[in-house]
Design a protein around this ligand. Structure first.
Ligand SMILES: O=C(O)CCC(=O)C(=O)O
Ligand SMILES: [Fe+2]
Length: 413
């Protein structure tokens, strides 16, 4: 039995690769594969197969959506050559995706992905299976299912996947769902005005005008590009920054009072909070769609910047009794927005060391790739999620940043 652990939620190309890997393995073995598969939106994804071939590797970070390049914990490892093999015993291009003990009519998936099919986004459905995984799996639906409603496709695929979720992980999925539900039904926001975008109150006028004009020239008029693919610009109103910081403090105090253990943005953080967990999801979705996508369409089209369709929004906090620094890593995003909210601090500079493909994440940097940036409250840094970076120690004071990891679901070819 081979266990493949993909830590961090599967998304984008990773989700597609994981699904492809399952199918490659299925092709390469003569006996049916018993697979166990589960995914949490911010947890780990486990693919468990009784095969002797592995095409996915493990990250050593339990729930991080980032990949540490320090200390030997390396994610997104090179893949083995794709396995080849015969078509399924269940007929050309299909195989039985469920266990025979289910005692109900078999749901089927097709072996080869339908490359020209554009999968739907399942993000807003709040399912207990990763929406990215569903989008990837949709490319393997039998043709009669492709035209079904999104609800029907989701429940068909969920039906297949749910049977394989080990009880422990099903429990974790459930816990995470309950966490959000508990917050949503009991937490009283401090600043209701943060929960709906008010452009004039949120953004500085020059940023708003540039987005409204919506041309590369208007964007470049407010942005600097101090290193290739890294953009810095003034973005948020000081009052908005302060309201967001106090909202997070209010949430944490409430969580403390109600003995709710706050789930951190990822395992690289001991502090901070996921904004999507306490009701800011709709606001952040709009922030991405109306204010970041116009920029990413122009500057990050080659990594899916034109079709961003999901996000992970969170706050990081540094200083005494908080996180100190952030080790060298790449983000689990296509495009990352990082805005300093305040307050007074010294240190905490971001350092960038160039982009790498998955196979060369740990290779040396070149001098021309070195770029260091000192955070300024209200100012944003926009970069490729795969641009290697870290944050130096905040040596005095208290630094709070807003992070929006913008993502794109896998697209049909
Ligand atoms: O602290 C910072 O500014 C960087 C944070 C970061 O890179 C991350 O959370 O992914
Ligand atoms: Fe990062």
């Amino acid at each position: 039995m081979l266990v493949v652990l993909c830590k961090g939620s599967l998304f984008g190309d990773d989700a597609q690769e994981a699904v492809d890997s399952l199918f490659s393995l299925r092709k390469s073995t003569s006996s049916p594969i018993a697979l166990t598969l589960s995914s949490l939106d911010k947890g780990c994804t486990v693919l468990q197969l009784n095969s002797s071939t592995c095409t996915r590797m493990t990250t050593s970070v339990p729930t991080s959506q980032s990949i540490s390049l320090h200390g030997g914990s390396i994610g997104r490892q090179p893949e083995a050559s794709p396995a080849t093999g015969s078509t399924s015993q269940y007929g050309k291009n299909s195989f039985e995706a469920g266990s025979s003990s289910r005692g109900k009519e078999m749901s089927r998936l097709v072996l080869n992905p339908i490359k020209n099919h554009k999968p739907e986004s399942y993000e807003d459905m709040n399912l207990d299976i990763s929406s990215m995984l569903l989008s990837s799996l949709e490319m393997h639906l039998p043709s009669y299912m492709l035209g079904a409603s999104r609800n029907n496709k989701a429940s068909y695929m969920r039906g297949i996947l749910q049977d394989y979720v080990p009880p422990a992980l099903r429990y974790r999925d459930q816990k995470q769902k309950e966490y959000r539900e508990k917050i949503m039904s009991n937490y009283q926001p401090l600043h209701q005005e943060l929960y709906t975008i008010d452009p004039v109150a949120f953004f500085v006028p020059a940023f708003l005008k540039a987005i409204k004009d919506n041309t590369e020239q208007s964007f470049r008029s407010i942005m600097s590009e101090p290193a290739p693919g890294i953009f810095t610009f003034e973005m948020l109103q000081p009052r908005f920054c302060e309201l967001l910081i106090t909202e997070v403090e209010h949430f944490e105090k409430w969580a403390d009072r109600t003995k709710l253990h706050v789930m951190r943005p990822n395992t690289m953080n001991q502090y901070g909070a996921v904004l999507d967990d306490f009701g800011l999801q709709t606001m952040l979705k709009k922030l991405m769609e109306d204010f970041i996508s116009p920029l990413s369409k122009v500057f990050y089209a080659e990594v899916g910047g034109s079709t961003l369709d999901s996000h992970h929004g969170f706050i990081v906090e540094y200083g005494s009794h908080r996180d100190v620094d952030m080790e060298f890593h790449v983000d689990d995003s296509e495009v990352t927005l990082n805005v300093c909210l305040g307050r007074q601090f010294s240190g905490g500079e971001l350092y960038f060391r160039g982009m790498r493909c998955d196979k060369h994440l740990n290779t040396m940097g070149h001098s021309e790739e070195i770029f260091d940036y000192s955070h300024v409250p209200g100012c944003a840094v926009l970069h490729h999620g795969r641009h290697r970076h870290g944050a130096r120690a905040t040596i005095a004071g208290h630094r709070v940043n807003l992070l929006l990891w913008c993502r794109r679901a896998p697209q049909g070819a």
